[in-house]
Ligand binder design. Structure first.
Ligand SMILES: NC(=O)c1ccc[n+]([C@@H]2O[C@H](COP(=O)([O-])OP(=O)(O)OC[C@H]3O[C@@H](n4cnc5c(N)ncnc54)[C@H](OP(=O)(O)O)[C@@H]3O)[C@@H](O)[C@H]2O)c1
Length: 263
């Protein structure tokens, strides 16, 4: 299927590892040039080199960006825009949330995590808008999380962070629709990145079981019976970025193997 992505340009935050790196790789495979935003420049540079080697038709630039330092933002976005000549797709993926019960979460973690996502996402998006407005296939894809809609164990922080991300997504879809920009969210369920391993360890400790048992316990909650892989998320991101998703905006799609219980 022709996806209408060849020659497009995507900016991806949180591109150094995990879901962001996988989305960047999947877009590169469709001929999309990339600006990889992250703090870990070593990992971002290695990924950029790998992607260009595998997909010689694309370009990839690395832009240093710590969401805790909003003053870097305008510079980072300008660098990406100058190097690649525009932006068609913005993937907001940077973030995470400290897991735990309320009293286990240090006070400063709240401000830190909200600064990265959803505040960081708002700031990055605002800086990218002038570039997105020039595209004839402009897409914003926010990586939120199922806990925004359905809080679970250890999710007192991830729930409000992802709920805020979903609210911003819907509000921006209304605001930017008339300008031809679609805005959607992907809600990963527990996904096999560093964050999943952390959840497995916490569950094992909490339930006094082994990590293998904790994995089985967590997978039993998933009708499809396994942890989500970053590739599962990337496939949806590619579709939402494609020309086929031009009439989809303001939605949040779960990729969680059916774990969410709500309709
Ligand atoms: N994995 C899951 O189970 C799951 C479930 C629901 C939602 N999500 C969401 O999916 C997204 C990606 O998560 P992941 O599982 O791929 O996590 P990950 O492997 O821990 O990656 C997190 C990414 O966010 C970046 N980041 C963190 N703090 C940052 C900061 N201050 N400034 C700039 N970048 C920062 C990291 O960059 P550095 O390398 O520079 O640190 C990294 O690229 C997050 O928004 C997370 O909330 C994940």
């Amino acid at each position: 299927m022709e996806l209408g992505l060849k020659g497009r340009i995507a900016f991806v935050t949180g591109a150094s590892r995990g879901i962001g790196a996988e989305i960047a790789s999947a877009l590169a495979a469709e001929g999309v040039s990339l600006a990889l935003f992250g703090r870990d420049l070593l990992r971002c540079n290695a990924l950029a080199a790998r992607l260009v080697e595998r997909n010689p038709d694309i370009r990839a630039v690395v832009c240093e960006l710590d969401m805790q330092q909003p003053d870097q933002l305008a510079r980072a976005v300008a660098k990406a825009g100058d190097a690649l000549g525009g932006c068609d797709i913005l993937v907001n993926c940077a973030g995470g949330a400290t897991r735990g019960r309320l009293e286990d979460i240090p006070e400063d973690a709240w401000e830190l995590n909200f600064n990265v996502k959803p505040l960081g996402l708002v700031r990055v998006t605002r800086n990218c808008l002038p570039l997105l407005r020039k595209s004839n296939q402009a897409r914003i894809i926010n990586v939120a999380g199922t806990r925004g809609r359905e809080p679970g164990t250890f999710s007192v922080m991830s729930s409000p962070i992802n709920l805020a991300t979903l609210g911003v997504t819907k509000a921006l879809a209304n605001e930017l629709g008339p300008q031809g920009i679609t805005v959607n969210a992907i809600n990963p369920g527990s996904t096999d990145t560093g964050r999943w391993i952390e959840l497995v360890k916490m569950t094992a400790k909490d339930r006094q079981i082994s990590t293998d048992e904790a994995k089985k316990y967590l997978n039993r909650e998933v009708p499809l019976g396994r942890v989500v892989m970053p590739e599962d998320i990337a496939g949806l991101a590619v579709f939402l970025a494609s020309s086929h998703a031009g009439m989809i905006t303001g939605v949040a799609i779960n990729v969680d193997g059916g774990r969410s219980r709500s309709i």
